[in-house]
Design a protein around this ligand. Sequence first.
Ligand code: FAD
Ligand code: EPU
Length: 345
Amino acid sequence: MYNSYKSLTGFTTFKINTQAKNITTIKSIDTLVDEWHHAVCRQEPVLILGEGSNVLFLEDFAGTVLLNRIKGIVVTEDSVSWRLHVGSGENWHKLVKYSLKHGILGLENLALILGCVGSAPIQNIGAYGIDFKRVCEYVDVLNLYTNKYFRLMAEECYFGYRDSIFIHKYRYGYAIIAVGLILNKKWNPILNYGDLVKLSPKTVTPRQVFNYVCNMRRIKLPNPKKIGNVGSFFKNPIVSSLFATKIKSQYPKMPTYPQISGDVKLAAGWLIDSCALKGLRIGGAAVDRKQALVIINLDHATSNDVIKLARLVRNCVAQKFSLWLEPEVRFISSVGEVNAIEVLS
Ligand code: FAD
Ligand code: EPU
């Protein structure tokens, strides 16, 4: 029926078979502005996409998908810091490799995270002991309604765990066009997560940290080039310390991560695993056998398979632990983003 539609499958890491009316690659801010306005004039939905590693298209998209490929890396330095001004369409992992190659240190723990640099501030990407907030100086944003740019300094981005102002106030009608990173010339290795604790702070090199992080990730997470997925499907829930203590008294082995606020982060992967859901399959979608927080496209999964499975996982966890997991992945309908919790409820 939609013969002129174009396949989105190769532009998302879930690799679910969906299509969009138009898919346009954006290499400059001028083209971004033009394409956005053309779509709006045609009264069609429009969506900016990076590398599609945190989205689930629920159905075919009835408008234009703009693939952000705005490039460019400018490095400056003073006696204490390196500063990188990076086009939002650069690939995050390539930036990590580029910085390591040029002796610009501090991004190693964030190696191998998928997606574009401009997507990194949106959910404040984080892994292996650090998050984007730690290295961010500013984010440059374009208001697509007014064509005006503005710069938000890191403290104005309200970064939190998988959270920022870009998921709230600037969720729609704003494009991130560049980010500014600031990295201290005095390297301070962060070695408190996973296998990194095995490294000695006295002798460790940035290359070793990079290699360890890449290794851990390759062991723990399915490679989207081989098996479709979007990383963690749900966020780790943050609960009151009272609630955490109550569950922990029943399940003493449950991992807990106390937060500065006094609240406690729980491991959604552990909660799902404890419900014995690893390997559970609906249609072509399955809960990964190694990492229960990852839903995989095992065999030609449809978005409906994924939704049904995620709903079941969410219900099982709620029944056992009295808490509702929230998706990390963004759900996109035929006309734009929809509330993922409502879809799963
Ligand atoms: P997309 O999926 O393309 O877009 C995400 C959302 O941002 C969409 O709503 C889109 O419309 C919007 N958007 C994209 N670009 C722009 C822009 N320039 N301006 C405005 N809005 C925009 N995340 C972590 O935090 N830590 C991890 O360790 C991690 N590991 C992962 C491992 C795997 C195997 C996978 C598949 C994913 C992982 N993720 C992780 C999630 C993902 O890598 C991040 O969320 C990433 O930042 C998404 O980038 P993207 O370019 O693919 O975004
Ligand atoms: N666990 C289990 N069973 C599982 C999965 C995990 O028992 O099936 C336990 C682990 O043994 C560990 C705890 O749960 O004790 C936490 O697991 P892990 O260290 O693998 O981290 P995670 O909470 O599952 C988070 C991020 C990842 C990030 C890693 C490393 C979220 C939602 N996920 O995963 O980010 O790479 O930590 O820092 O915060 C992503 O956001 O897409 C993502 C992959």
